[in-house]
Design a protein around this ligand. Structure first.
Ligand code: P1T
Length: 392
């Protein structure tokens, strides 16, 4: 489907695949239309090491298997792997590197990913360089002999910078680097990194993909046979697997992903435009607005924006606190991508673990507010913001 507004066309049959791919009732003896939730941790064998499809649920589980197939399909990939959290998926990825190897990461990333790279991976001899990849000129000069992987988020969390995936991928290929794109903010409905040259797509499924703020889970998707074999080995060996119930929930969430993203998109643009015209707002950082410095790059590689974006309030930390605590419909809480609207202050919440000097460099100040615009009526959300501004 074409959108006619400069964005990429929507992926063909996305909702159909989300609903039907790998869900054929004929695969189950019961002919269940909704793929069953199989909670068994283990599976009977015909003889020693002679089994039908599954042996032990850490290694493979029917409910997880359905989800993994759908995830792969929605990213136009060959293989999907589910993990017990987004950071769990990233932890498994680190297992692709050996001690003494190096990774390059965008400098504005989720605070927990920054902490994992700089406080945990380093213990295993994996070195990380954080680079502003929204300016591609910074990339190649930071590649070293031992560089193995490049990690990007786009738009970045929380300053919403856009990274040109194709441009990064061309350089990554030249240097034989594995390119991983964290697609948590946009989902496979709005961005398909594999089609732009990425090797692996990483997700916190906790966010939009599940969409109901009731599951913590992650995933990796690839079309590369060798990377898949390695990551599957790591998934089982490291044991970072989700429960079948959580897989069932996420699979259910995916059925409405396209619908939900449409509404997130519409609502967030209405809220962003309202904020952009508000006298108490310094600046809005939303890649769907023409005022965003990389709006053109963003349009070139995506089908649109999600419900998450940030803005600067005029004032100081006290102004932010007063604003955040007087909101009634936007709940003050970490996370994003659920049906309910959330608001947070990254400097002391999701990005508190980012070193203060880097926060300063990135502009993660005490007046940078991040919104996750949910599926409520936009007028009600705007009225809530308005009453909070009035109290400042
Ligand atoms: O929370 P978890 O499922 O482990 O996912 C980690 C993660 C990975 N990638 C991105 C882009 C993320 O935003 C996150 C988690 N982020 C939040 C909890 C947050 O509020 O930003």
């Amino acid at each position: 489907m074409s959108q006619g507004d400069g964005f990429l066309p929507y992926p063909k049959s996305f909702a159909t695949q989300a609903i039907h791919h790998a869900q054929e009732p004929e695969q189950w003896d019961s002919m269940a239309v909704v793929s069953p939730l199989v909670t068994s941790t283990t599976f009977k064998q015909f003889g020693p090491a002679d089994f039908k499809s599954y042996e032990y649920s850490r290694s493979g589980n029917p409910t997880r298997n359905v989800l993994e197939q759908v995830l792969a399909k929605l990213d136009n990939g060959k293989y999907g792997l589910a993990f017990s959290s987004g950071l769990g998926a990233t932890t498994a990825l680190l297992g692709l590197l050996n001690s003494g190897e190096h990774l390059i990461s965008g400098n504005d990333i989720y605070g927990g990913t920054n902490r994992l790279f700089n406080k945990v991976a380093v213990k295993f001899g994996i070195e990380t360089t954080l680079v502003d990849l929204s300016d591609i000129r910074n990339f190649e000069k930071n590649i070293k002999k031992n560089t193995k992987l490049v990690w990007i988020e786009t738009p970045t969390n929380p300053t919403m910078q856009v990274v040109d995936i194709k441009a990064v991928s061309e350089i990554a290929k030249k240097h034989n680097l594995i390119l991983v794109v964290d697609n948590t903010f946009l989902t496979s409905y709005l961005l398909r990194p594999l089609e732009l040259g990425a090797d692996i797509v990483s997700y916190s499924l906790t966010k939009y993909m599940n969409g109901h703020s009731d599951v913590v889970m992650g995933a990796l998707v690839t079309s590369n046979d060798q990377l898949y074999e390695k990551m599957k080995f790591l998934q089982n060996s490291m044991g970072i697997v989700p429960s079948p119930f959580d897989c069932y929930q996420v699979n259910r969430g995916l059925k409405t992903l396209a619908l939900r993203m449409e509404k997130h998109k519409e609502n967030s643009l209405l809220v962003a435009k309202y904020l952009e015209n508000h006298p108490k707002v310094e600046k809005v950082l939303h890649p769907g607005l023409p005022s965003h410095p990389q709006h053109e790059t963003f349009k070139k590689q995506t089908c649109g924006h999600s419900g998450t974006f940030s803005f600067y309030l005029k004032g100081n930390i006290e102004t932010s606190k007063a604003f955040l605590t007087s909101l009634k419909m936007f709940t003050l809480a970490e996370s994003l991508g659920g049906y309910e609207s959330l608001v947070e202050l990254p400097s002391v919440m999701t990005h508190a673990s980012v070193p203060p000097e880097l926060r300063k460099e990135l502009g993660i100040s005490d007046t940078l507010i991040r919104l996750s615009v949910g599926l409520e009526e936009a007028d009600d959300l705007i009225a809530d913001l308005e009453q909070a501004f009035r109290g400042l």
